[in-house]
Ligand binder design. Structure first.
Ligand SMILES: [Zn+2]
Length: 299
């Protein structure tokens, strides 16, 4: 994995104070200068100690962090900014326990921060629908580490879809933890995550025929030694996902938290060719995360 072009030391130096972080949010939010979100007027007065603008026309006040992932948090912005670097900079991400020790907050606070960052990641990636050739397969995540033998055994079913480009390389991925592998769940996944022009390759597991509701479905029963030829990339992604969950969370993943860890994995995976930009992209995403600017950030 390429190292980010900005080192953690440089990032800390750049965002060493609350004011530096506020300035970065202002620059991201209003690149051409303050614009009142209430009336659209382009002039306001900055009340620096209160971290807010007052509009020169309608006199309404706007907090610099309002509408961002950081709004309403008592955690200093410096700790937020360092956290979003740490979750971005390593393909293993960072656990709440480790983050809590590095930035000096309680575990629960660190967990809530990471959850906010993962929610911004998930919202961004949910806008993308997979297209053209897509490999789809199921996997199971949980205590039993014997792989997918028997399809189940008390573990959590996960559906993995990955584009295969014309050059045979992996494209974007979409992964969701499901309540079950019932056909209705597959149909719901297909309608939200696939383009109508997608052509899905699967291993002919019966429920996967639900993909046909949205896309073309080609099922093929392959002997085990040929499975990696028919579905090469989806199996690699499943292995990488399991390695990430095992390495960062030691495999101790609670069912209700699995999707947020998956969202983090997917966000980094889908940006693996521009890893060095991830901290800045995630910052842009956090500043625009709950607004309509989300689509325009390219984050
Ligand atoms: Zn105004």
């Amino acid at each position: 994995m390429q190292a980010p072009t900005t080192s953690f030391y440089d990032w800390q130096q750049r965002f060493a104070t609350e004011q530096a972080c506020l300035d970065a949010i202002v620059a991201q939010r209003w690149p051409e200068g303050f614009r009142c979100p209430h009336c659209g007027h382009d002039h306001g007065w900055l009340y620096a100690p209160r971290h807010r603008y007052e509009c020169a026309r309608c006199y309404r006040q706007t907090y610099i962090t309002s509408g961002t992932a950081f709004h309403g948090s008592r955690v200093p912005l410096t700790k937020w900014f360092w956290s979003l670097y740490l979750i971005s900079a390593d393909k293993g991400g960072i656990s709440a326990l480790r983050l809590s020790k590095i930035i000096g907050v309680q575990w629960r606070t660190a967990y809530k921060m990471l959850r906010s960052l993962r929610a911004a990641m998930a919202e961004r990636d949910s806008l993308y629908r997979l297209t053209e050739l897509v490999e789809v397969d199921d996997a199971y995540i949980g205590a039993n580490k014997t792989g997918k033998a028997g399809r189940g055994g008390g573990r959590i079913p996960v559906l993995v879809a990955i584009e295969k480009t014309e050059e045979g390389r992996p494209g974007f991925v979409a992964i969701e933890a499901l309540d079950s592998l019932a056909k209705a769940q597959i149909v719901d996944f297909a309608q939200r995550r696939l383009q109508p022009d997608a052509v899905c390759h699967t291993d002919a597991f019966p429920s996967l025929s639900g993909l046909a509701v949205q896309a073309t479905h080609i099922a093929k029963i392959t002997p085990p030694e040929e499975a990696d030829q028919w579905l090469p990339w989806v199996h690699i992604v499943i292995a990488n996902l399991k390695r990430f969950l095992l390495g960062t969370f030691h495999g101790a993943v609670r069912a209700h938290r699995l999707q947020e860890y998956i969202d983090e994995f997917v966000y980094r995976f889908n940006r693996r060719y521009w890893e060095e930009q991830i901290p800045n992209r995630l910052l842009a995403l956090c500043v625009g995360a709950s607004g309509s600017a989300l689509c325009g950030t390219g984050a």
